[in-house]
Design a protein around this ligand. Structure first.
Ligand code: ATP
Length: 680
């Protein structure tokens, strides 16, 4: 006897939906256990399978037929195993239930609003079309507006009789301002006119209400709207949000903006009157996998009319992606964290454009890095870990710094074991502060650390911008991307300059807000053990103390110029990197290490490079170069380190004083620190 205790509560379902569920139950047993949990997340079939009034009578979407008959069985199985039957993205569910439960009449959707969203009726559509489609099931009319297109032709609700006049038919104002008028109206007059049309539309009563969808709100209500007239939109929205007559009506206003930071502060501060819904980027592999499965199984799984890629394609994968379509798509979804669906589609379009091209690990890495750099406006550069690297070998390219490496390897071990253990996750440092002079390997070690942990490495560039609101928008975009890249090591170089001190800088208000935003993000418990921040600085005294507090950048790691053994090992690393063999006697080494005392890792790299170059330039072999005493002497006579030794020494002293864990210091560094702390 089958144990039915966890069975889904099917309730009353349309016939087609019952048949579909029965069929999938025969094939995969989806009514109970894990598969039921995955596909029927709240113990009930999702809204689209239930049909009913909110889904327009509940006919089977056309694709169901072909899904059952034609879809590649491996893809169908994947679909069910991954729980893709449960469809509505949570943000859409919030929008619908918020409206039905009269929580608000004005909704602001921010974040990943320019991406695709899945619709059981039409497959993947631009999110705004998905919102429109959904609204047409519930409202009499749906009206879209954007700065560039003005009002689009109203869409009739599914239950609206064919002979009902369009809401524009008996407006007192001409929505397009009349042909002649359009030509003479200034953009401001046009916008004022449009807002009046919106007001009039919302004031009228319709049985089922209208939905007004406003796209790209940030263009209509930008943060730097010094111009009083530009505030017309902000003012109108605030009025609608509070208006009792709006509440009594069935109307709904849906506003879309890439990020709330791109909006006027006035509007943001009024947000208690409307409902703000965050549209997240695809955070887990599942969202990407579902889209890929749909792309590759093409119209046979879901209709894909709303996207740029037309028709099903057959993917070509290198062997490392596994065998069989399901495994290959799983690997691809795994490797594309951070990309949204439009980004994934770009990737597939590019592959398709080149007959010779296949999905290779390298190709995906490169495409992902370019895509993310472009999406973040160049402020986030992402690289993937090298596959199959163990923590020890991840640090092979780092010479010296033994105690630092040892500590970081222990942290990466712990990270790997963290899994779902709350205790382990919470004992990981949330942020590491790398302090020391330039060229001592801070960036190099941060990269190696991400590799040791086997996670993405994201370098956050300068988020500050001279344009009002732009810095906040940049940061917000970057944080959204970071969230979708987890687990991830995020690196911020020169944090004293990018973050500075609160209240410092020319526009202290902006600095303070950026600062607060990062601190807030860092203290999100959901991200414990998922995002490890590493900040680097040469000037620790310029860093705001609030950043160094426990729970933020709470582990300080010192970077000082290498001692004798450190120099030897760094030189070896860089000679090996250039495939050069070392032919140095003990006396040559002694001379070399003595002459390079006080050099940074970067300077030692220069010396190694110069030595190899010397060998090459005397006409020796181009492969298997051997570096000997003569070439290092020639290299050193050609290279003179910059005369800022004293500065470097001071930066090291500042770093040593800041160090919190003395176990990362050598004996002599510990003594040096002791003297500095005691003011000797
Ligand atoms: P900055 O403060 O200027 O950003 P940094 O401390 O981050 O400097 P890196 O960019 O990591 O310095 O180092 C520059 C280059 O110097 C590295 O790419 C690497 O080639 C070399 N280097 C520095 N330290 C080491 C080291 N310990 N082992 C091997 N190479 C090193």
């Amino acid at each position: 006897m089958e144990d039915d205790t966890d069975a889904v509560d099917l309730g009353a379902l349309p016939r087609w939906s019952e048949r579909l569920i029965d069929r999938l139950d025969d094939e995969y047993g989806i009514k109970t256990g894990d598969l039921a949990d995955r596909n029927f997340s709240d113990g009930r079939p999702p809204r689209w399978l239930r049909g009913g009034p909110t889904d327009g009578g509940g006919d089977a979407p056309d694709w169901i037929q072909s899904f059952c008959l034609d879809a590649d069985p491996a893809v169908r199985r994947l679909w069910v195993e991954e729980g893709f039957l449960s469809t509505d993205p949570p943000w859409l569910e919030t929008l619908v239930t918020g409206d039905e439960a009269d929580v608000a009449r004005v909704f602001l959707l921010t974040g990943n609003v320019d991406d695709y969203a899945f619709s059981p009726d039409s497959g993947y559509l631009p999110a705004i079309d998905r919102i429109e489609e959904n609204a047409a099931k519930r409202k009499d009319w749906v009206i879209r507006y954007s700065l560039s297109n003005g009002f689009e032709r109203p869409v009739r609700g599914e239950a609206t009789p064919d002979d009902d006049p369009s809401p524009f038919d008996d407006l007192e104002i001409d929505p397009n301002g009349g042909d002649a008028a359009t030509r003479t109206r200034s953009p401001q007059e046009a916008l004022d006119g449009d807002v009046r049309v919106m007001e009039e539309l919302l004031e009228r009563s319709y049985d089922g209400g209208i939905a007004l969808i406003v796209d790209n709100l940030h263009l209509l209500s930008p943060p730097d709207s010094a111009n009083v007239n530009q505030n017309v939109v902000t003012d109108a929205i605030k009025r609608w949000a509070r208006s009792p007559s709006m509440f009594q009506s069935e109307n709904q206003v849906v506003l879309l903006a890439g990020s709330s930071e791109g909006l006027t502060r006035d509007l943001r501060s009024a947000s208690s009157h409307f409902e703000t819904i965050d549209v997240p980027r695809p955070e887990d592999r599942g969202d990407r996998l579902k889209f890929l499965a749909a792309l590759y199984a093409g119209a046979r799984v879901v209709p894909m009319s709303g996207i740029r890629l037309d028709g099903a394609t057959r993917p070509r994968f290198e062997d490392r992606f596994g065998s069989g379509i399901a495994e290959q798509l799983r690997t691809l979804a795994e490797r594309t964290s951070g990309l949204n669906l439009v980004g994934l589609e770009n990737l597939v379009l590019r592959i398709n454009a080149d007959e010779e091209q296949r999905f290779t690990t390298e190709y995906v890495k490169r495409a992902k890095r370019d895509q993310l750099a472009q999406e973040s406006g160049g402020i986030l550069e992402v690289s993937e870990p090298d596959p199959g690297v163990d923590p020890e070998s991840a640090f092979e390219g780092v010479g010296g710094l033994d105690a630092v490496k040892e500590r970081l390897i222990r942290i990466s071990d712990l990270m790997e074991r963290a899994g779902s253990s709350e205790t382990v996750r919470r004992s990981l440092p949330s942020g590491l502060l790398f302090l020391g002079p330039p060229g001592t390997g801070k960036t190099l070690v941060a990269r190696a650390f991400a590799n040791a942990c086997g996670v993405n490495f994201a370098e956050l560039g300068n988020i500050r911008s001279m344009y009002v609101g732009e810095s906040e928008r940049n940061l917000s975009r970057a944080l959204d991307l970071i969230r979708s890249l987890t687990p991830v090591v995020v690196f911020m170089d020169e944090i004293d300059q990018t973050m500075g001190r609160r209240g410092g800088g020319d526009d202290s208000g902006v600095d303070r807000r950026l600062f607060a935003r990062i601190l807030q993000f860092m203290s999100d418990p959901e991200l414990d053990g998922q995002v490890i921040w590493i900040a680097a600085s040469n000037e620790p005294t310029h860093i705001d103390p609030a950043l160094k507090r426990a729970g933020r950048f709470d582990l300080t790691v010192p970077f000082v110029r290498p001692d004798t053994e450190g120099r030897r090992s760094i030189l070896r690393v860089h000679l090996r990197d250039r495939n050069a063999s070392v032919d140095l006697s003990a006396a040559d080494w002694e001379w070399l290490l003595d002459r390079t005392a006080g050099f940074t890792g970067a300077e030692l790299e220069r010396v190694a490079k110069e030595a190899v170059w010397t060998e090459l330039s005397v006409g020796g072999e181009t492969e298997n170069v051997s570096v000997d005493g003569d070439s290092v002497r020639a290299a050193l006579s050609a290279y003179s380190p910059p005369a800022n030794r004293r500065e470097f020494r001071r930066m090291e002293d500042d770093a040593l004083v800041e160090v919190t864990s003395v176990d990362m210091l050598t004996e002599s560094q510990r003594e040096r620190r002791e003297r500095l702390v005691n003011g000797e």
